[in-house]
Write a new protein. Structure first.
Length: 265
């Protein structure tokens, strides 16, 4: 599949002198999703004409988890041993509806906690936006050695697992923070396209809060942990951590530690 990337407007440019980061914000239109997104591009000091070491994509860039991740990336100097590009993807409009449109699979049944809707479950279109539009756009402007990570929280964490389970090697590393794996009776597991090995060596970091029982996050966490342990995929690295707190509180408290996990793979 092919797509055309259209830059609608480049409306904000911010310099952060304390940590020498620069963040630009652009609106980018996707022909796959047929909608625009706010794209936050944060660069650490590059190495002259050299390439960046890695591009880290994170979801919900204009929501709490995305803002906290960007703040951690912008503020901390200890990560300057390598040069990274951080690319945040934010929805424009009703994020409750738009996240369900872009981050969940098409429903195969009704009666789940999230009601079935023709407006939801267009995850394939969003994935193709990344693959054929956004990633080529970033690669053309910020040359890197080719390593990519994807980080998402909640529904965004579900999307990170989806990227891994597609088994196309689009990302090297997948960071699923409190992934909403329970949606549509854990359909993500039946979607899994990995047989016995992955398209390329990959890494999965799974996280959740210790108090996430009522929202089914911990149940999904342990189900995925057991699933990966049983499959024993030969070229998949896997780590997990349960932080103290709830769905959002541990994200606020431990984002620096999570960023450390991202940058030291």
């Amino acid at each position: 599949m092919k797509g055309t990337l259209i830059i609608v407007v480049n409306f904000l440019f911010i310099g952060f002198t304390r940590a020498q980061h620069v963040t630009s914000v652009q609106r980018i239109y996707s022909t796959f999703v047929k909608d625009s997104f706010e794209i936050y591009i944060t660069t650490t000091p590059d190495r002259g004409s050299g390439k960046y070491d890695e591009v880290i994509y994170y979801l919900d860039a204009n929501l709490r988890s995305g803002k906290l991740f960007r703040q951690a990336a912008e503020d901390d100097r200890i990560f300057f041993k390598k040069a990274f590009v951080y690319v945040g993807i934010g929805h424009i409009g009703n994020f409750h509806q738009l996240r369900r449109r872009d981050f969940i699979l098409p429903f195969i049944r009704n009666g789940d906690t999230i009601p079935k809707s023709t407006d939801y479950g267009q995850i394939e279109h969003f994935y193709q936006f990344l693959r054929f539009e956004l990633i080529p756009f970033i690669d053309s402007r910020y040359p890197s050695v080719g390593r990519r990570s994807i980080l998402g929280h909640s529904l965004g964490g579900l999307f990170a697992v989806y990227c891994l389970f597609r088994n196309e090697g689009l990302f090297n590393e997948h960071f699923a923070l409190s992934p909403a794996l329970w949606i549509d009776d854990y359909r993500i597991f039946s979607f899994n396209k990995i047989s016995d090995t992955l398209a390329k060596h990959s890494y999965l970091f799974l996280a959740a809060g210790s108090k996430e029982k009522h929202n089914q996050i911990l149940a999904g966490f342990h189900r995925l942990e057991k699933f990966i342990d049983q499959k024993k995929y030969r070229n998949l690295g896997f780590d997990w951590h349960i932080y103290h707190g709830s769905h959002n509180s541990y994200i606020k408290k431990d984002m620096q530690r999570i960023l450390y996990e991202v940058l030291h793979r």
